[in-house]
Design a protein around this ligand. Structure first.
Ligand SMILES: [Zn+2]
Length: 854
């Protein structure tokens, strides 16, 4: 569709002549419960000024039909004004009123106004999701972040429903089985931040009050909602408790009163992402409402997201990036604040920085080593570029670099800079320079060179210790070697670790210093006894890959689990995983470390990453000749640790899930079946609904679940979640027919919501079934461009990523990927980027296999 992919140049051009005074948006969604109704009525009236009277412009709109277009009282013919993506208007006056009346489509892909019918009770639920540019699927608008305006929404919905939007509602008028909700005008916000949530949601209400410095009180009504059928599982008290701690904390740190009145948090079905920071009306994926036992890592992740979205009320909503190049200005900050806030707000998640070091950074390292990596401040030409930039660089690397910035300038200068930034740019738009300006003021440092090294270049440095000792075992020199395409200034701590009387590895020395250039001598270390372990980037101040000297590595082989400090241990796990990914440690050695020490890992989040990484090590990075044995070792280890774990503990549940993921042999599968049937028990392990599905997946993938059994499980759990699990189990069956059916369900129809696309691709792509899926590699590459052209970008991204033949870790598949890339220079850049990244994963797997074989 020409015009759908708005470019930065077009947005700049439009912003250079327009200023928007306000929108009035009327939506009529009374048709929503009627499944035969595909559309709803949408009417936008936008009032705006034009500095070049006589000029022309366009509104963005993706709608099946436009009924009327009226500019300054003049009716335009929709047939000529609307091209399917844009409403073109010409002859602008200095002051304009433009009304567009359209029929917009209910979404099944989570883009725009999503409609979901609950299989439990038949109720219909609606919510919107727009970022970066899907408000235009719901109402006509100038879809770019720097044309902010107040929005006034009016929504007509079925009488039994409640409706929420960014602003509080005023009058609600009942008429003809419907109610019309009039919302107050919002503060000036960007189009992608507007929101509507409507349906018979279950609601929990609360209230936040705070005395402000000027003697007045700030009152914030709070609410949290989810589908009615999830209400029994909804722990709103916990959610609202974290919310209040966060509001306290961010008010202290930011010194700018929450600007959007009330604070609603909606947990919504079939959500494509974790959450979205719509001012006053945050939306979350409803998987954060836990219907089965989850580990504390899941509660921590949810609390982190609550604080991340809350930080956006200031970073992103109050002050917004001008264009998507500076997406990091909100996402890196919010990502940083998620972890920082968990500690600072005194939530019970005191290991937030461990999670950050171990999991969040793993995402950044992976992304930053793709050939498609980019500077944190990116070059975003158009909306398709923008869509792919919600990535490990913009979020996790950006947040890591902010953590390094705090170490570099000090937290007081950092937060005072933030306070000035909010006051100076409230309700406005910013770029990198605006942030540097306030930080230079508060730190007294020239940050241009720092920004050039950290924000405007890409790639990750590796830091390696080089230790020489004298005949008495004292350090004569400890140097830090830095490599990478760009060498950067790093503020780091060097940890020196030795055994204590109990045999634990504990820190005996810590030296903080600035590392610059290719080699930096740690002068303070000279003369100290050579320690058993030298840990660079101790305390995780900077963003880098940590390497070890040979002696430290030897210490880790026998004693990684003896490191007492949780963060130091997590950093070490992260470092050995990077060694494995880089083909510097054989996959089987990594697996041996996990089997040896994971059972003692106290941090549940770290343990869960070890499980995922050990599985990847066997599936992709191990010599194919060793895969079978590696898989058996993992399953045996899982069973052993499951039996030894504390009954009822999170660790026990994690090992049970890991057993389900690795079970292959008769003994393991027999236990799996016994747990499902109730004939086998593990003391303290509750086999609840989600665990049951994990166990069924193990049986299905091994060809040991009958279709009738899976159907019976679905009948017992006829929910949205049950449907997803059942779909994945069917796709995971090891037969040619099952693979063909999963492939066809995704490729030959566009009926599936993204959750079911994912369930199919995940079940289809079981690595151990690579012989069955090999014949889909060639069709995959043939289909790519068609899929990209015909499907929405959310769905297309899932298909391109999910069906990539990564399990075929062989040279032939790599050659097929290269042939596609060489032969498709004209393919959309965003599509090429996705394929390049998956291709790089494959090439990395082949390098790691070579290391494991050697
Ligand atoms: Zn965010």
């Amino acid at each position: 569709m020409p015009g759908k992919n708005l470019s930065r140049d077009e947005a700049q051009q439009r912003a250079s002549i327009l200023a928007v005074d306000g929108y009035r948006v009327r939506l009529d969604v009374t048709s929503a419960p009627d499944r035969a109704a595909d559309t709803f009525r949408s009417t936008t009236t936008v009032t705006f000024r034009c500095s070049r009277p006589g000029a022309d412009t366009f509104l963005d709109l993706l709608a099946p039909a436009v009924r009327s277009v009226t500019l300054n009282g003049r009716a335009l013919d929709p047939a000529t004004a609307y091209d399917g993506a844009r409403v073109h208007v010409d002859g602008l006056a200095a002051e304009n009123v433009l009304t567009v009346e359209a029929d917009c489509a209910y979404s099944r892909t989570g883009e725009g106004l999503h409609r979901f019918v609950d299989p439990v009770d038949g109720e219909t639920y609606l919510y919107t999701h727009y970022e970066p540019a899907d408000a235009r699927r719901v109402f006509a608008n100038f879809e770019q972040p720097d044309l902010k305006a107040p929005f006034t929404f009016t929504v007509t919905a079925p009488a039994a429903w409640d409706v929420w939007s960014n602003a509080p509602h005023g009058t609600v008028t009942a008429e003809d089985g419907a109610r019309t909700w009039e919302f107050a005008p919002t503060e000036p916000i960007s189009t992608y931040l507007t929101a509507v949530v409507a349906g018979p949601y279950h609601v929990a209400r609360d209230h936040y009050r705070r005395e402000l410095a000027d003697g007045t009180a700030l009152e914030i009504p709070l609410s949290a909602m989810c589908r009615k059928s999830l209400a029994p599982y909804f722990d709103a008290d916990e959610i609202l408790g974290v919310t209040k701690l966060g509001l306290d904390f961010f008010h202290e740190e930011f010194d700018y009163p929450y600007p959007f009145g009330k604070y609603d948090q909606a947990f919504v079905p079939e959500y494509n992402i974790g959450a979205m920071e719509n001012p006053g009306c945050v939306t979350f994926k409803e998987e954060f409402v836990f219907r089965s036992k989850v580990t504390d890592a899941a509660y921590e992740a949810r609390a982190n997201v609550i604080l991340h979205e809350m930080a956006h009320m200031w970073f992103g909503d109050l002050v917004t990036m001008r264009w998507w190049d500076d997406l990091w200005l909100k996402e890196s900050f919010a990502d940083f604040m998620g972890s920082y806030g968990l500690i600072g707000a005194r939530t019970r998640y005191s290991s937030a920085w461990v999670t950050f070091a171990n999991q969040r950074k793993a995402w950044a390292y992976r992304q930053d080593q793709f050939p498609t990596t980019h500077p944190i401040t990116a070059d975003i030409r158009d909306l398709e570029d923008a869509k792919l930039n919600f990535d490990g660089i913009t979020y996790a690397k950006g947040a890591s670099v902010l953590k390094q910035l705090v170490a570099y300038v000090g937290s007081e200068a950092f937060f005072e800079g933030a306070r000035r930034y909010f006051k100076r740019h409230a309700f406005g738009n910013t770029e990198l320079g605006d942030l540097l300006e306030v930080l230079e003021e508060t730190s007294g440092r020239d940050l241009r060179a720092w920004a050039a090294a950290w924000l405007q270049t890409s790639g990750v440095n590796a830091l390696t210790p080089q230790v020489t000792t004298d005949s008495e075992g004292r350090i004569t020199e400890l140097a830090v070697l830095q490599d990478g395409d760009v060498l950067r200034p790093h503020r780091i701590a060097v940890g020196l670790y030795d055994r204590d009387a109990d045999g634990a590895l504990v820190r005996t020395g810590r030296i903080e210093l600035d590392v610059t250039g290719a080699r930096t001598v740690v002068t303070e270390a000279a003369g100290l006894p050579r320690p058993a372990l030298v840990l660079l980037n101790d305390d995780d101040l900077t963003y880098c890959k940590v390497r070890f000297d040979e002696e430290s590595l030897e210490t880790l082989r026998t004693g990684l689990g003896d490191i007492r400090d949780e963060l130091a241990r997590a950093l070490t796990w992260s470092a050995v995983w990077n060694l494995t990914r880089d083909g510097l440690m054989p996959a089987r050695d990594y697996v041996a470390l996990v089997l040896r020490f994971a059972g003692r890992e106290g941090n549940i989040g770290v343990l869960q990453s070890l499980h995922a990484q050990a599985k990847t090590a066997v599936d992709l990075y191990a010599d194919p000749a060793w895969r079978g044995e590696g898989g058996r070792l993992l399953a045996d280890g899982a069973l052993r640790e499951l039996r030894e774990a504390v009954p009822g503990s999170d660790h026990q549940l994690a090992w049970a899930r890991f057993l389900a993921q690795t079970a292959g042999g008769a003994e393991h599968l027999g236990l799996v079946r016994g747990l499902l049937a109730g004939s086998a028990r593990i003391d303290g392990l509750e086999v609840d609904q989600d665990l049951r599905w994990s166990l069924w997946l193990a049986l299905a993938a091994s060809g040991q679940a009958a279709d009738e059994e899976l159907a019976a499980e679905l009948a017992a759990d006829n929910t949205a979640s049950g449907k997803r699990h059942h779909t994945q189990c069917l796709a995971a069956r090891p037969t040619a027919e099952a693979k063909a059916a999963a492939w066809s369900a995704v490729i030959d129809s566009d009926e599936l919501p993204s959750a079911l696309v994912e369930a199919n691709t995940a079940g289809f792509s079981i690595p151990a079934q690579r012989d069955l899926t090999a014949l889909y590699a060639a069709p995959y590459f043939k289909l790519l461009e068609r899929v990209w052209a015909e499907r929405t970008i959310e769905i297309a991204m899932r298909i391109v990523g999910g069906f990539f033949p990564i399990a075929q870790t062989d040279e032939q598949t790599l050659a097929e990927a290269d042939a596609w890339l060489a032969g498709s220079p004209q393919a959309a850049p965003a599509l090429r980027r996705l394929v390049l990244e998956r291709r790089d994963d494959l090439a990395r797997a082949l390098r790691a296999q070579a290391c494991d074989r050697a």
